[in-house]
Design a binder for this molecule. Sequence first.
Ligand SMILES: Cc1cc2nc3c(=O)[nH]c(=O)nc-3n(C[C@H](O)[C@H](O)[C@H](O)COP(=O)(O)O)c2cc1C
Length: 171
Amino acid sequence: MSDKLIIYYSRSGENYSNGDIVNLEVGNCEIVAKYIQEITNADIFKVETLKDYPLDYMETTEVAKKELNDNYRPELKKELDNIDAYSTVYIVSPNWWGTLPMAMFTQLEKLNFDSVNVKTIITHEGSALGESMKDISKLCKNANIFNGLAIHGSEVEQSLNKVKEYVNKQG
Ligand SMILES: Cc1cc2nc3c(=O)[nH]c(=O)nc-3n(C[C@H](O)[C@H](O)[C@H](O)COP(=O)(O)O)c2cc1C
């Protein structure tokens, strides 16, 4: 078993990419999460909501906006109870309305991050990290939080080296 864990959220299907609606068979964050796994051999956990978001991209943005405004915690298919076995956690998430999807809040705030190294990769369509690092520092209390890395959705497939560099960075 690895002492590293990847926790990620990724929504495949209709998405916005460089001004167009596209259909992503594999979500951007899933690609990044798999890169980290390839590089580190870390364990991996996908955060999935019990209720699917609409297939339609615009509808999903509306549902997500309401969830954010309501500070809602969507129920998850399954949850991690603890991360006691891990010294490093990689958080991989899309930027939704400037921060993480609320499903990540549901999961992350249940875990004890004391002294855990946290490395974050956010994929986005222009807002980069947004407010996500601020929220991660609230969600992952007492963690050793590294500066996050933002990757544009259109660059995800070519990002293996960038991800490798970030994962291997010491400070
Ligand atoms: C509900 C929703 C809200 C989004 N909000 C933003 C945003 O505020 N800023 C941004 O740059 N991109 C935003 N995006 C685009 C995603 O961050 C981007 O497409 C990301 O790479 C998706 O990752 P995924 O395919 O792993 O889910 C949003 C996408 C969705 C579905």
